[in-house]
Design a binder for this molecule. Sequence first.
Ligand code: NAD
Ligand code: GLY
Length: 376
Amino acid sequence: MVTVTIRVKFASEQRDRSYQILIRDGILEDLPLERFPLQNASSFFVLTDSNVARLYGAQLRAALSESKRRVELVSFPAGEQNKKAETAWHVASKLSKLGADRSSMIVALGGGVVGDLAGFVSSIYKRGIDYLQLPTTLLAQVDSSIGGKTGVNTSWGKNQLGTFHQPRGVLIDPRTLQTLPREEIINGLAEIIKCSIIADREMFDRISRLDKFDSAIPNELIVDACKIKAEVVSKDEVENNLRAILNFGHTVGHAIESASNYRLSHGKSVILGMIAESWIGLQLGILQRADFEEQSDLLQRVLRQFSVKTAFLNKRTLFRFVMADKKGAPSSIKMCLPSRLGAMYVNSEGSYKIPVSKEIFEASIDHLREVLASPR
Ligand code: NAD
Ligand code: GLY
């Protein structure tokens, strides 16, 4: 397979933060480091978690050693519960003990937890050093490794301490998905489907033609999702407006995920969230019924393949979670809704964020309950 190159390209005054995303099977064994501005990197510090260290740590260490620079590996226990300030502190003190300096390059090898934590540490260690993203979950490959959102969770919420700090580059090896548990695939798949709904009708049709959803997800879909994410973040790096369309399905989805106390995965929650939010679009007269039904059919088919039978759908509880979500203004719910398959609604003032009443929000949860109860 040839290497696919996608560019995250910021406007002229921020051009030095622009970077490339390279995608190729096997790229982890044969890193094209010459494609990145690494000339001044004195050493590489690979940050990873315990699972990924075991699977790919030695391979990456060998590939980086080809550059004749010093390579160190720092790992922490896998799991969302370790995406926290204490782990960042532990990792930073390890970097310091090992002698990482301002010209060291951090390499984030792993899923979104590793990427977010490594990005966060990179943004504050010695007031900010460079890092590369080498994502190994589907979610990290199509979403979290691109766009520079970094962070850790706190006792008062998810991602409540964080920064925008763009990586110097992203290297995606879809072959790493062969070792990923199937239950993790849905987290990335939800984001791939989201990308098609918000921006690419033809991509949506290709996904609809798949008859099973597993780690053999076609590389072209990874490429297409990365292109969409790269284009959106290039235009609106810090989410003033357009970047919010990437949150389609996530307002309701986050509320369900939180209400389930994270027993329902992010991907399953976001798929439910997309069904609810597109139903809201239908009620508001923004989305045509035919497009709504096509979306809903695909999303329900995916849910059935991952056997989602129960969700945590108490509408009052969910409303409370939505209001507590960091993206909600104090007095109203706002969300980004599709206007048709492949495009998002934008109002006459140019805003993608549409106010939604409590009544419609709660009715969308009733709709979800009906969907899950239906025998289809
Ligand atoms: P994760 O990083 O916890 O990875 C899931 C599991 O898969 C872990 O146990 C990990 O060790 C394991 N794993 C990783 N790669 C593997 C491989 N190739 N083979 C076998 N096992 C592997 O979870 P995730 O879903 O990748 O990321 C979730 C995180 O991403 C959340 O913290 C979320 O907030 C964050 N996120 C960030 C952004 C962003 O823009 N920064 C966007 C979306 C999500
Ligand atoms: N995952 C949404 C964003 O990066 O903005």
